[in-house]
Structures are given as structure tokens and as C-alpha cells.
Design a protein around this ligand. Structure first.
Ligand code: FMN
Length: 177
């Protein structure tokens, strides 16, 4: 028998992505698990960010950010960007990573070392409570050339993507043929 418990957000499997913000000259990265697709055409995604994060004001100010997909080999970077604040350290420098311009974005840096980066422009900001949801259009995609398959769609590298679930990191297993 099911019983009723107080409402809360259950820990679904969520991607852990690296969001690039600020500028190429003064870049920052924040690990985000509250990330999701909200429209396929025109492509829109959402990220939810607490106003207390250093990245929050950077994203609000420029109205743009990048979403960089890390691999399991980059777990240490995901941990660093999710545990340290850009108020105190330069995360790109700490990781030895390269911030690169992501045209047509004019400010937000993408991570050269990540195989896939999305350039996003903020369309709506929804203050929901603990988090504000940034509903944003994906205006450009940069991908490692070797991963391009048919119709310019990239191999999503499912076996090397990170999942955040129940305060731990996981890796995916394929069930279908
Ligand atoms: C796996 C993981 C997922 C996270 N997801 C979010 C998120 O969705 N939204 C958020 O505001 N903070 C999230 N955080 C916390 C921020 O990444 C963390 O507070 C970070 O240090 C903020 O950096 P900043 O101050 O440079 O912006 C997450 C942290 C981890 C480790």
C-alpha cells in the first residue's frame, strides 16, 4: 500500500553538465544537474540556478551561457565546478582548460576540452523559489568533428556521459539492442 508523504523533488537520474558563463577574459563554470530539454524546435533547454551562486548574476547580466557536456573521465572537473565558487578561484585555470568564444554568443565561453557545447540565449527567467529557471534557446552547437554521424547529428557518447542521482555520480548501461 502506498502512503502519502510531504511533497519534495525526487532524485531522478539527471545529467551533470558544466555551464560556462561570464566572458572569455573572465570565465566561470558551474556544475548544473537541474538541466533539461523543454522544446525541440526551436531548440530550448532550461537550467535552474540558485540566486546565491556567483554564476547567477553572470548569466542574468549577459543573458547567455554555454552548456558543456563532460565525460566520465572529466568527473574531477564536474566535482570542482560544483564544489568551488568562481568568487574565490578561476576554475578554468585550476583545471588547465581553455575558454573559447562561442559565436554568435558575444560573451559566454565554451570549454574547448568538452566534446559538445551548446550556446544558449536566455529567453525567460522564472523565479520559482529556491531556484530560478532560465528558459533558453540553443542558438549554436559545437561538436568534435570526428563524432558527426548522419544529418550532422553527433554521436551522443552515451557510455561516457555522467548521471547525477541520489547525491552520487553514475554511468549508463544500454538495455535495448
Ligand atoms: C552534481 C551537482 C549538481 C549541481 N546542480 C546545481 C543546479 O542545478 N543548480 C544550482 O544552482 N547549483 C547546483 N549545484 C551547486 C553548484 O554547482 C555549486 O554551488 C557551485 O560551486 C557554484 O559555483 P559558482 O559560485 O561559481 O556559481 C550542483 C552541484 C553539484 C556537485
Amino acid at each position: 500500500m502506498k502512503i502519502s508523504i510531504p511533497p519534495y523533488v525526487h532524485s531522478w537520474p539527471a545529467p551533470a553538465v558544466l555551464v560556462g558563463c561570464g566572458t572569455v577574459a573572465k570565465p566561470n563554470l558551474i556544475t548544473i544537474a537541474w538541466f533539461g530539454t523543454v522544446c525541440s524546435e526551436p531548440p530550448h533547454i532550461t537550467i535552474s540556478v540558485r540566486p546565491s551562486r556567483f554564476s547567477f548574476d553572470l548569466i542574468k547580466l549577459s543573458g547567455e551561457f554555454t552548456v558543456n557536456i563532460p565525460t566520465v573521465e572529466q568527473l574531477n572537473a564536474v566535482k570542482l565546478c560544483g564544489e568551488k565558487s568562481g568568487r574565490h578561484i578561476d576554475k578554468f585555470k585550476e583545471l588547465g582548460w581553455t575558454p573559447r568564444l562561442c559565436p554568435p554568443l558575444v560573451a559566454a565561453p565554451m570549454v574547448e576540452e568538452c566534446f559538445l557545447s551548446l550556446g544558449c540565449k536566455v529567453k525567460h527567467i522564472l523565479p520559482l523559489g529556491t531556484h530560478h529557471s532560465f528558459i533558453s534557446e540553443v542558438v549554436c552547437v559545437y561538436i568534435e568533428e570526428s563524432l558527426i554521424r548522419h544529418q550532422r547529428r553527433p554521436d551522443p557518447k552515451p557510455e561516457s556521459q555522467l548521471v547525477w542521482l541520489d547525491t552520487k555520480y553514475w554511468q549508463l548501461n544500454k538495455l535495448d539492442k
